[in-house]
Ligand binder design. Structure first.
Ligand code: HEM
Length: 298
């Protein structure tokens, strides 16, 4: 039989088939629970609602892992182990890439297909995703104004309050920089971490020294650039959400009650790590040798 004419693959001897004796794939992953957690609500049933549910569920699963990795990254930085912390962040970046790419699946949902089951979602909205808010808090976008959205669920609310009062990843990085001898102002290090963070000129200055001499401060420089990657990826996810929403509901209001795309667009102006962007404008361009001034540079 030629290699290409084979149409089936036989089981090999030794492949476990008596799952009663061992832990099976399905039991380990608790697939019965996972795969019975999709409950379309539309009547009559709508073919496309399953896509909508699974898209949200897979995002929530990835967010669960992001929270796990970021929690560990904060602990590691607190223990001055920036190398392992960067390993955690590297994984988060790949998860973000996956979450962003996933929008292309939902973009196959047309406005008319969505309109057939949208009314069955009532006031349900991704805006009520507590894991999303947890990630925002962990990265540094502290906004106590979001808490009332979760008042109906004691456990979720308590967890968000806890995270609001915990140092964010950015707080941990700034404290780590200070321990490595960088002049991070005391008022930044001792601030109330539950309050929104604002750019501080002293931090821009400290980062300016790092960016002026990457070779000398390689660990700090690399860590700073990893954070910029995280923020960049987060914004790309937000942008793809916005564009997917735009093509599916146009300028309709959101099921959560917001203005819809104008509300989502405003999130694109948010920043987790303001000084990491401010420092970019402060970096001096290196003049070419023999250059004596001039204009017309970009
Ligand atoms: C047909 C698909 C979707 C539409 C039309 C849509 C629409 C919207 C709208 C209009 C908002 C603003 C709040 C509101 O008024 O509801 C929102 C927020 C949000 N959505 Fe979606 N969404 C969709 C899919 C998704 C998916 C798959 C996720 C993944 C979990 C998601 C996560 C979020 C999050 C986290 C927010 C809060 C964003 C923020 O606070 O800036 N959405 N969505």
């Amino acid at each position: 039989m030629s290699r290409h004419s084979r149409s089936r693959r036989d089981l090999e001897q030794g492949i476990e088939s008596d799952f009663g004796r061992n832990l099976s794939y399905g039991a380990y992953l608790d697939l019965p629970t996972l795969l019975s957690a999709q409950h379309p609500r539309a009547t009559p049933p709508q073919h496309d609602e399953l896509l909508f549910i699974i898209q949200h569920q897979t995002t929530e699963l990835w967010l669960r892992l992001v929270i796990h990795e970021l929690t560990s990254a904060c602990t590691l930085l607190g223990a001055d182990d920036h190398r392992q912390a960067l390993k955690r962040i590297a994984r988060v970046k790949h998860i973000q890439a996956s979450m962003t790419e996933q929008w292309s699946v939902l973009a196959t949902l047309t406005p008319s297909e969505y309109a057939r089951f949208r009314a069955f979602l009532a006031t349900g909205s991704g805006f009520q995703s507590w894991q999303y808010r947890a990630v925002e808090f962990m990265l540094g976008n502290k906004n106590a104004g979001m808490l009332p959205v979760f008042a109906h669920d004691e456990e979720q609310h308590a967890e968000l309050v806890r995270l609001l009062h915990r140092p964010s990843l950015y707080d941990e990085v700034l404290a780590w920089l200070a321990r490595r001898g960088h002049a991070i102002p005391a008022e930044v290090l001792e601030r109330d971490v539950s309050e929104p963070y604002h750019s501080h000129p002293g931090v821009v200055e400290a980062l300016g020294r790092v960016y002026a001499d990457p070779q000398r401060f390689w660990a700090e420089y690399e860590t700073a650039e990893e954070l910029v990657d995280l923020e960049d990826n987060f914004q790309v996810w937000r942008f793809r959400h916005l564009k997917t929403v735009e093509r599916i509901i146009g300028s309709k209001r959101g099921t959560g009650g917001s203005s819809g795309t104008p509300f989502l667009r405003r999130a694109l102006d948010l920043t987790f790590f303001p000084e990491l962007y401010d420092v970019r404008s402060a970096i001096q361009d290196v003049e070419p040798e023999g250059y004596h001034g001039g204009d017309g540079r970009g």
